[in-house]
Each structure stands twice: as C-alpha cells, then as structure tokens.
Write a protein of this length. Structure first.
Length: 288
C-alpha cells in the first residue's frame, strides 16, 4: 500500500508530508513523495531538451528537503513527473504508483479555518478517482505520531456504503476507534417544528442502523460508536464534537460526482471552514 504526497516546497507542502507520515505509519504503508512540474515553467529562459532537466534538478532538491522531514521508520520513495496540468499529473502519478490515497496541504492563504483550497487542490477534490486527504494548516506541528481515531460522517445519500467501507477498512487497518457521526443542521431542516422532530428521529434511526452494520462487519478489535449532533448550522454541529490531535474525518463524495470520481459537496465544504483536523474525501464507486 502506498500513500502519495503531492509535495510543494511551502508550509502547506510540509503539512502534507506530516499527514502523509502519520497515515503511512498508521496504515503500515510506503510513503511516496511526489512533485509534478509543468514543462513550460522555465520555457522563457531555457530552450530545447534542457527544460525538463532544469525542472527535474530543482524538484529533486526540494524532494530531498521533504525527505528530511520523514522519520527513519517510514519507508519512503521520491517521484517526479512533468505534466501540462498539475492536478492531472498528480492523479496520473498516484495511479502509476497504485497509491490508495493522495495527500495535499492547505495553501495557507485562507482566513477561515485551517483549510484553504487552492486551484490545484480544488481540481483534485472535484476529479480524483482515489481518496484525497486534506492536511490543515499547522499539521506539521502535530504531536500525534499516528492516527488516533477515525470519524465518519454518515448519511443516506448515494455513496454512503462506499464511505462506510473505506472508514471500516481504514480504522481496522490502523487499529483505531471508529466514530460514526450524523450531523443535523437546523438551517437545512423544515421550518415546521413537527418536521424538525421527524427529521431528527429519522437521523437517529439511520445512525443506529449504520452502527449495527459497522459492528457486524468489524472484527471486534476496533471500538465503534455512533452520535447524532444537532446544530443551528453544519459548522455549529461540527464544533459540537470533541476533536483531539491525531483525529481525522472521512466524508463521501457528493452525489453530483461522476462514478469513481470526487466532488466535494456543500456540507463537506462547510465543515472545512471550521475543522482543525485532516479530512479524507472518498470517491463514489461504480463504472466510469
């Protein structure tokens, strides 16, 4: 198993490496540090066959610096790809390496929360065929050497089954507790009080059903719990949960996603505004 880190020589890139190390340790996986560079970046200064070599030499230096962040106990490899599109190149490299997950860092330019999505990351979470892990700003300062627990945002929309599968597999492989969460936002519910109560009871029933399903499928070595959280908004509901260093949350791709592709839905996007923990977005299954 491989964890592919799409590296940039920035604080966001170092955050991605830190999360990649945490995931690789927890999943007993190889860490693949990769850089994708465009062939025309130095075209105005270097011509002919020297272009790719200049880019490659520069990228090798940056990757050597990134590798210094990785502890000796984590198996690590480095990879460089030259592609016209950075996002498409990251996807191509992850597929070439048969990586199970792509890790990217925040750009560091946002004012809301720890996550700030640049254009490349935005393209990835709306097109990648593999799971994408988003490292929040400051992840490189985390004291957690491994993943502490997995939180899975459960729902009843298409793709929920694939998300639960991925959460169970990840928690079991890492040997950490699994928390199933149903988020209920008042601003998304019917205005009638009776409708609100019915929606809440429906969420509780669904949460209990998913919990039973997870318990049946887990080996028994992993603790699993379920909670329904009510808030005025999605952001309030997320803030109602306890979070600790080493926690991460897994969400499913929006129902708008093409099969085997990601599409970040509005609920997940709202969660990103307030989350200080990594988010893993899982693609829909199905035939492309």
């Amino acid at each position: 198993m491989k964890v592919y880190v799409a590296y940039l020589a920035t604080d966001g890139g170092r955050d991605a490496v830190a999360l990649g190390v945490q995931l690789a340790r927890s999943l007993d996986a190889e860490l693949a540090l990769g850089m994708v560079v465009p062939p025309d970046q130095t075209g105005a200064f270097v011509s002919g066959d020297l272009v790719d070599q200049v880019l490659t030499d520069q990228a090798e230096g940056w990757l050597a610096q990134a590798r210094e962040q990785v502890p000796a106990d984590v198996e690590t490899s480095t990879h460089i790809g030259v592609y016209d599109s950075i996002a498409e190149g990251i996807i191509a490299e992850a597929q070439r390496l048969d990586a199970a997950i792509v890790v990217v860092g925040a750009t560091g330019g946002g004012l809301l929360g720890r996550h700030s999505l640049g254009p490349v990351v935005n393209d990835l979470i709306h097109s990648a065929p593999v799971a994408v892990a988003l490292a929040p700003r400051g992840q490189r300062h985390s004291k957690a050497a491994t993943v502490r627990s997995v939180t899975c945002a459960v729902g009843a929309r298409p793709g929920a089954e694939e998300l639960l599968d991925a959460a169970i597999t990840g928690a079991e492989r890492a040997g950490v507790p699994l928390r199933l969460v149903s988020l209920i936002a008042v601003d998304l519910m019917p205005t009638a009080r009776q409708g609100d109560q019915a929606k809440l009871e429906e969420a509780r029933r669904h949460s209990a059903t998913v919990l039973d399903e997870a318990r049946k499928r887990l080996s028994g070595t992993v603790d699993v719990s379920s909670v329904v959280v009510l808030g005025d908004t999605v952001e309030d509901a997320v803030n109602g949960l306890d979070w600790h260093p080493g926690d991460l949350i897994m969400v499913g791709s929006s129902r708008l996603a093409a099969p085997r592709r990601l599409f970040l839905g509005s609920t997940a996007a709202k969660m990103l505004r307030v989350l200080d923990v990594p988010m893993v977005v899982v693609p829909r299954a199905g035939l492309a």
